[in-house]
Design a protein around this ligand. Structure first.
Ligand SMILES: Nc1ncnc2c1ncn2[C@@H]1O[C@H](COP(=O)(O)OP(=O)(O)O)[C@@H](O)[C@H]1O
Ligand SMILES: [Mg+2]
Length: 284
């Protein structure tokens, strides 16, 4: 193995209490369950421009999967194709029992309610309280009529529990805009959990955070994967973060998946082909 300087080599120290790397269920064990996401032969094209070509992907309960690839390799498009937001030319996409490429009217909303999403820029509503931002996660899948009555006390109780889980219950009443980036991303993760998602997609969730916060946010996501049995697909542009915080790594190059292996079997040298003649990823 090439020696890789791992940002936040103290990852185990920031892992949720009671769980160490040695406790983690092996990838082989995780794979004995049925996948929650199954992608086969996926081709996505914008007009004549093929963006994803022949992509296969399975996501199993409980695993944290890092998605790597140079800028423009198709990472965000792959995530969008899992929620029916990309023009699929051929292939199949199944997510939590939904045939995404062949959804009937109304099923798209249900599908999206099953997929929690976390974004680079957090996408919170800045002037609303942290608690209200988390509560908006409960609106997924609800029609406009459900908005009229506001949130139930059960919703509020659950939102507060989730804020406690992500470590910022004491910030519940302050406007989201007053939080630091790391705290805002924790709110966004609590909001995603409010949906009771079957799958979590996190597109560059730590790209706006400093390395120490990046480690803790990724460990939070990994703990959710492990404890809740939710697969988390997380795109990253810092290789050491992917190597430190994932069970498996999949890698795209020009829309083709050229890497798919357990993280324990990969190192920086094995991932180098993803970036050959491309903009280099961040090394720290
Ligand atoms: N809505 C769109 N219309 C046309 N081309 C797009 C659209 N979205 C993405 N692309 C193209 O698809 C390719 C992959 O983009 P993207 O999935 O955003 O890559 P990444 O997330 O890996 O940086 C790029 O060449 C991009 O220009
Ligand atoms: Mg992207």
């Amino acid at each position: 193995m090439t020696a890789v300087k791992v940002a936040g080599a103290d990852a185990a120290a920031s892992a949720p209490a009671g769980r160490t790397a040695a406790d983690r269920t092996s990838t082989a064990e995780l794979r004995q369950s049925l996948p929650l996401v199954t992608v086969r032969g996926l081709k996505v094209a914008y007009d004549q421009h093929t963006v994803l070509d022949g992509v296969d992907l399975d996501l199993f309960p409980g695993e944290m999967v890092a998605l790597l690839g140079a800028s423009g390799s198709g990472k965000s498009t792959l995530m969008r194709s899992l929620t029916g937001f990309a023009p699929v030319a051929s292939g199949s996409v199944r997510v939590a029992g939904h045939d995404v490429t062949n959804l009937r009217r109304g099923e798209l909303r249900t599908l999206r309610s099953h997929v929690g999403q976390v974004f680079q820029q957090f996408n919170l509503i800045p002037r609303l309280s942290v608690l209200t931002n988390v509560l908006t996660g409960a609106l997924h899948g609800a029609g406009p009529v459900n908005l009229v009555g506001g949130f139930t006390s059960a919703h509020r109780k659950r939102a507060l529990e989730l804020l406690d889980r992500v470590g910022i219950a004491h910030k519940a009443t302050v406007p989201a805009r007053s939080l630091s980036g790391g705290q805002q991303q924790r709110v966004a993760i609590a909001r995603a959990l409010m949906q009771q998602p079957r799958v979590i997609l996190a597109d560059e969730p730590v790209a706006s955070l400093d390395p120490r916060l990046a480690d803790s946010v990724l460990e939070l996501l990994r703990g959710i994967a492990t404890q809740d049995g939710i697969p988390v697909l997380v795109s990253l542009h810092v290789l050491p973060l992917a190597l430190a915080h994932s069970d498996r790594i999949v890698g795209l190059r020009h829309g083709e998946m050229i890497v798919s292996d357990a993280t324990s079997r990969l190192d920086a040298a094995a991932l180098a082909p993803l970036y050959e003649n491309e903009e280099q990823p961040d090394e720290h």
